[in-house]
Design a protein around this ligand. Sequence first.
Ligand code: HEC
Ligand code: HEC
Ligand code: HEC
Ligand code: HEC
Ligand code: HEC
Length: 191
Amino acid sequence: MQRSLARSPLFWLAGILVVGLAIGLAMTALPGEPSPAQAAEAGSIPFSHQVHVEEAGVQCLFCHSQALRAPQASLPSLQTCMTCHEYITVDEDGQELVQQVVQAYESGARVQWPDVYKQPDFVRFSHRAHLAGGVACQTCHGPVEEMGIVEKRVEMNMGFCLDCHRTQIREHPEMAAMEKARLLDCTTCHK
Ligand code: HEC
Ligand code: HEC
Ligand code: HEC
Ligand code: HEC
Ligand code: HEC
């Protein structure tokens, strides 16, 4: 019985499937959830807007490109950091900090930056619409290019939003009446 089973093609096929499945599982398990240690490490990843925007001249949209086409501007992944830091060299102090970024990337850690400007769930907002309307990032976020980690400089409450929408209406008398009404309609900004 043993021998005939071992000779059966089905036996071998089953064996190959089991081994294949084990390898597959091991591969998908690798870049899975970061351990708490990895998450903590990622939470303290050094990053400065001042260094990147003011000194190195990187454009906001290089890292927040979603803002052009989506409601969310989104934060860059560690992979985006590596598009530069795989190749460029920085001065000695900087290189030590960059090494922390490289290590976090290689360990597969997921970064958790703090939420700075998060709005309540009942607010509807779209970056795309405002970029298309020519509103500068700094109007709503302040001089981010001068900051290390971003801090909240602008209080984006309802009055702040409505003030600008009323200004748009005043400064664009040619705007269709429906469009004017829409900028002040509760359901434009609320779900
Ligand atoms: C090289 C990549 C990079 C560039 C360039 C960059 N940012 Fe960022 N931005 C980040 C990272 C990483 C974070 C998360 C860390 C933090 O909050 O500082 C962030 C966070 C932010 C936040 C806070 C998000 C929140 O949680 O509310 C704002 C606002 C922001 N960036 C705006 C800008 C603006 C405006 C510019 C251009 C003047 C810019 N960024 C350029 C990478 C970048
Ligand atoms: C009209 C105001 C306004 C303008 C202009 C604006 N933002 Fe924002 N931004 C917001 C609001 C409001 C939020 C919070 C959105 C939420 O919680 O849904 C936000 C959130 C963010 C975040 C956090 C992540 C996210 O997607 O929610 C980043 C990063 C950011 N903005 C970057 C930028 C950059 C870069 C620009 C310019 C290209 C920009 N913003 C222009 C109002 C603005
Ligand atoms: C478009 C290229 C580019 C991208 C993308 C980029 N960097 Fe940099 N980064 C630079 C340059 C250039 C310098 C060196 C500036 C200098 O030394 O004058 C630098 C310097 C640094 C430094 C050392 C200087 C310091 O004191 O902060 C750290 C740390 C760093 N980057 C982290 C990050 C992280 C984290 C990301 C992703 C969120 C990132 N970088 C994305 C170009 C980039
Ligand atoms: C500095 C001016 C300014 C500020 C501040 C501003 N908006 Fe706007 N908003 C605009 C402009 C310009 C448009 C586009 C009008 C058009 O379509 O012609 C717009 C359009 C919108 C739309 C319609 C989007 C679409 O899909 O067409 C929403 C929703 C909106 N804004 C929400 C907000 C909220 C929420 C805030 C505050 C967190 C805010 N806005 C702050 C100028 C502003
Ligand atoms: C241009 C965008 C916009 C329009 C239009 C708008 N809201 Fe708001 N509203 C907001 C934002 C943003 C907040 C969140 C403010 C905060 O977190 O400080 C808010 C908050 C609120 C809140 C919570 C309490 C408060 O004041 O924080 C209520 C209630 C509310 N809005 C009702 C309305 C009603 C009713 C209308 C129509 C007459 C309206 N909103 C029109 C943007 C808007």
